[in-house]
Ligand binder design. Structure first.
Ligand code: SF4
Length: 427
């Protein structure tokens, strides 16, 4: 067994242990707080949840995180099957099926026992229209209000009219939560939460930037796992501390010469949502071959706007204006130009030998345009690419051997580009 093959089974780092504790505590907190009759919001991943910090005793659950965690813990398929047994199609996004299966089936199959019932649903068109329909099911079944934040598609820098449109909706959301909880909104608390998010993102972006080091001290798999605190506990002190610890550990690995892929020969970029059910297996199989997914568009966009690479910082001023401005962080609403820009920035900052476009059976909105992007990346950057079939949370729609056959072909093309002296690649 090579050094590279030992790495994936290595004991958890301190940041890894902290991540586990943070997520377990988060789900335990949700259930405890709901028992205490606190106000429960279910929000989609793009909702700027710091806004709820302007109220007391409002807790936020993110169904997409619950679905991703379930898939990573091999509970995705049994939960999705519960939704399919009720009649939901297998063609629906696996996040939706996992969540609907949990809530409308038996929640005991969930690693977190499901989520406490919401008092309010808040979704965001930054994701997709499917998500809005998914939340609407609970709205109809349980009679819970569903607030939809409408974010315009993003083809260029955000227009002031678009920003004002979003700010107006955030004001309406504040009014709604205020009327439902009987509380006055405190914008200073939101400013404080945004300052903590800002601190967390400074560490996060510094952590991601370490991928430029050769060999990289990080993998995209690390970024997939460690994006969770940003998703479930934004605006909290513990989140900023977590990313500080994560960054410190990665820097220490460089000092110690201890890398996740010790003999790194192929530096790859991943485009799409994480393959949650394959994190360990894919990391191990790539590492055994000297290949490392050093970056992912999915996690690189956090803290940025409009396909940029740099952190878009909070200026300490109007919190609603800032939250509206950073709605343009997410890849899904981008047109082709911004998607290409985001990838080109990563390639320029980090150094990439090949791109793995993961065509996601669930997330059509992320997967659209990937063939055009392949052509552009190959033409303009001379970097080989492949398109593989995955589903981010449903392992039944993933075939490891056919995926690695294509990865092998990608690496052969990287070797060809390098010339005859390159060492052969074996999966
Ligand atoms: S289809 Fe994509 S954007 Fe929509 S809910 Fe599923 S993962 Fe999210």
């Amino acid at each position: 067994m090579t050094e590279n093959e030992k790495r994936p089974g290595a004991p958890k780092s301190r940041a890894g242990q902290n991540l586990t504790a943070l997520i377990m505590n988060h789900y335990a907190m949700l259930h405890d707080a709901a028992k205490d009759k606190q106000f429960v919001v279910w929000a989609s991943i793009s909702v700027p949840t710091e806004i709820f910090k302007g109220f007391e005793n409002v807790i936020v659950a993110i169904p997409e995180n619950h679905a991703a965690m379930s898939a990573a813990k091999n509970a995705g398929v049994p939960l999705a099957q519960q939704a399919e047994a009720i009649g939901f199609s297998m063609d629906l996004c696996s996040y939706a099926r996992i969540d609907l299966g949990t809530e409308l089936g038996d929640p005991k199959a969930s690693p977190a026992g499901g989520l406490p019932r919401p008092d309010l649903l808040v979704s965001d068109t930054n994701n997709c229209s499917l998500l809005i329909k998914w939340f609407d099911i609970y709205h109809r079944l349980w009679g819970v209000p569903h607030f939809v934040i409408d974010v315009p598609f993003c083809y260029e820098e955000q227009k002031e009219t678009d920003r004002e449109w979003i700010v107006g909706q955030l004001r309406e959301l504040v009014t709604l939560v205020g009327s439902m909880t009987g509380q006055a909104f405190n914008p200073d608390k939101v400013k404080k939460a945004l300052a903590r998010t800002n601190e967390a993102l400074v560490h996060w972006k510094a952590f991601l930037a370490l991928a430029a080091h050769r060999p990289s001290p990080i993998t995209a798999f690390d970024t997939f796992a460690h994006m969770a605190p940003f998703v479930v506990s934004r605006g909290e002190k513990q989140t900023a501390l977590h990313y500080k610890m994560l960054l410190g550990e990665a820097r220490a690995r460089i000092d110690a010469g201890d890398y996740p892929v010790q003999n790194e020969r192929y530096r790859l970029l991943w485009d799409n949502i994480a393959p949650w059910h394959q994190l360990r297996a894919m990391k191990a199989r790539l590492a055994a071959s000297g290949a490392n997914l050093v970056h992912a568009t999915y996690t690189s966009c956090i803290g940025t706007v409009e396909g940029g690479y740099a952190h878009y910082p909070y200026d300490g001023r109007d919190p609603l204006l800032y939250m509206a401005r950073v709605q343009n962080f997410s890849v899904c609403p981008y047109g082709l130009r911004l998607r290409f820009k985001a990838m080109a920035e990563i390639i320029g900052h980090v150094g990439i030998d090949g791109v793995v476009f993961a065509s996601n059976r669930s997330c059509k909105v992320y997967s659209i345009m990937q063939m055009d992007l392949q052509r552009l990346i190959e033409e303009k950057h001379g970097i080989p690419t492949i398109l593989i079939d995955v589903d981010h949370a449903d392992v039944r729609k993933y075939d490891e051997e056919s995926v690695f056959l294509r990865i092998e072909a990608l690496i052969e093309r990287i070797d060809q580009n390098r010339g005859p002296g390159a060492r052969p690649y074996r999966c």
